[in-house]
Design a protein around this ligand. Structure first.
Ligand code: SF4
Ligand code: FES
Length: 227
């Protein structure tokens, strides 16, 4: 099978496509394909030209760290959780996430996610225990990988602008719901950095690898969180 990868040598270099030949089975994940292309003595492209190892990021290889988020056959997904047998056709295309600056090949800088969380001050201080509550949504939100897939597909998210994207709606709900302190600030930040800019495409929910319902978070925030 042919594997076409959008490569970029450094943050200021021009991106270019390079094609590789993958000869393994279809049970492999995309992460395993990248590994098999990289771990040969000589890395060569499909035309037999020697080339550098393909840079990409991973840690857990089991859908838990979010490091391997990339665009696979045009869809933002986790490479370790995407299997060749589930993809159509005999060409696999892999690109870096485009809403984040590329560092090298498929490695991107997602630092903006943490920076924006800090700006919103989206952290739980003293924890509010409430046995009456349905904890399911909060548990779901707590599993957020900060992978950035939801920002990649969101039509309203543009790096550096005021709208911070779906994962901030979820974290706002989590903080507002669980924090014992004053909720005024988080409600205001939610309004300014999410509610005003969301056009409810809900594309975020289709790509989220841990199935977080941004819609449920929005409903929670809009219903009003008890102080
Ligand atoms: S909400 Fe889902 S898609 Fe968005 S960063 Fe969290 S885990 Fe990734
Ligand atoms: S390597 Fe951790 S989610 Fe894929």
């Amino acid at each position: 099978m042919k594997v076409k990868i959008l490569r970029q040598q450094h943050p200021h270099a021009e991106p270019y496509w390079q094609v590789f030949e993958y000869e393994g089975g279809k049970d492999a994940s995309v992460a395993a394909v990248l590994d098999s292309l990289n771990y040969r003595d000589d890395i060569i492209d499909a035309d037999g030209n020697p080339t550098d190892r393909i840079s990409w990021e991973c840690s857990c290889l089991q859908g838990m760290c979010g490091g391997c988020a990339m665009v696979i056959n045009g869809v933002p997904r986790l490479a370790c959780d995407t299997f060749l047998k589930d993809l159509k056709g005999d060409l696999l295309t892999i690109e870096p996430l485009r809403k984040f600056p590329v560092i090298c090949d498929l490695v991107v800088d997602r630092g903006i996610i943490q920076e924006n969380l800090k700006k919103m001050d989206a952290f739980i201080g003293e924890y509010h225990q409430d046995s009456e509550k349905n904890h399911e949504l909060e548990y779901q939100i707590g599993r957020c990988l900060k992978c950035g897939l939801c920002l990649e597909v969101c039509p309203n998210y543009v790096k550096g602008e005021e709208f911070f994207g779906p994962l901030f709606a979820n974290d706002s709900y989590f903080v507002a719901s669980r924090s014992k302190g004053d909720k005024t600030k988080i409600k205001k930040e939610y309004e300014q950095h999410f509610a005003k800019g969301c056009s409810k495409s809900l594309a975020c929910m289709r790509v989220c690898p841990v199935h977080i319902s941004t819609l449920a978070s929005m409903a929670g925030m809009n219903r009003g969180i008890r102080d």
